[in-house]
Design a protein around this ligand. Structure first.
Ligand SMILES: [Zn+2]
Length: 257
């Protein structure tokens, strides 16, 4: 049964990943994510159905536009593969639970936010707000269906606690912690809090740990000076994903019950 759910989620992840590529490209450019259909950024030719199949088309075309031969970024198949892998991981983590759809939305939002923040150093509200407004009803539905009101309560507490914590960091160091990160922390706190409040702490801790390691590594490699900006959103996103998928075993080692 779990294998079937994982397979369905994997295929859904490929399709959602394909949509996220559109979001990642168009949202920062203030374009509609619904229409027109996808075009080659090089020559503007609309993509035919056969050239719009996740991963397969990119591989068959060897990463080049069929019409103009312009290279197509490897980001496209990477986003599709990442989303599919995260959806499978969520299916294996939650199985046929009412909360699964909410976590799929969460992971999809984190993929879009990560790639946009890496490229442009922004966390767009046009991704974050829809993610929050879709997630809350899905979590309420899961709580109602499974009488998990305690989880919902912890989700709200986690979201508010994370938001307040990051707001304080932002006020102390506005350049180090952007307000986009403060907004993102609300979404993270919501989903980590649903699991329990220790997961909120763990997710944020993983994010800071990863950010510090990469930051120090970049300084040693002299790729960036100490004052240069490194987007923090991707580290928070990865930290939260690790906490969702692996937090319970980690907490189990730390405090065996
Ligand atoms: Zn082209």
């Amino acid at each position: 049964m779990t294998a079937a759910v994982a397979t369905v989620c994997g295929l859904l992840g490929l399709a959602v990943g394909s949509f996220l590529n559109v979001v990642i490209y168009r949202v920062p450019r203030k374009e509609s994510v619904v229409r027109p259909r996808s075009r080659c950024p090089g020559c503007g030719t609309q993509l035919a159905e056969r050239d719009n199949i996740p991963i397969v088309s990119w591989v068959l075309l060897r990463g080049h536009c069929r019409t103009c031969g312009e290279p197509i970024s490897a980001r496209y198949p990477l986003v599709e593969l990442t989303t599919a892998a995260l959806f499978v991981a969520a299916a294996l983590r939650f199985g046929l639970d009412w909360v699964l759809p909410a976590y799929l939305v969460f992971f999809a939002a984190l993929v879009a936010i990560t790639f946009i923040d890496l490229e442009l150093y922004i966390i767009p509200n046009r991704v974050l707000y829809p993610a929050v407004f879709i997630s809350i009803p899905l979590l309420v539905l899961a709580a109602a269906a499974q009488s998990e009101w305690g989880n919902l309560e912890r989700a709200v507490i986690g979201a508010v606690a994370a938001w307040v914590f990051f707001l304080i960091l932002h006020l102390v160091s506005p350049r180090g912690m952007g307000f986009g990160d403060v907004r993102l922390s609300f979404l993270l706190g919501l989903f980590l809090g649903w699991l329990d409040l220790r997961h909120v702490f763990l997710g944020v801790f993983f994010g800071f740990l990863l950010g510090s390691i990469v930051g120090v590594a970049l300084m040693i490699l002299r790729r960036r000076g100490r004052k240069d900006h490194i987007p923090f959103g991707p580290f928070l996103a990865v930290g939260a994903i690790v906490a969702v998928l692996a937090g319970s075993p980690v907490l189990g080692w730390y405090a065996p019950s």
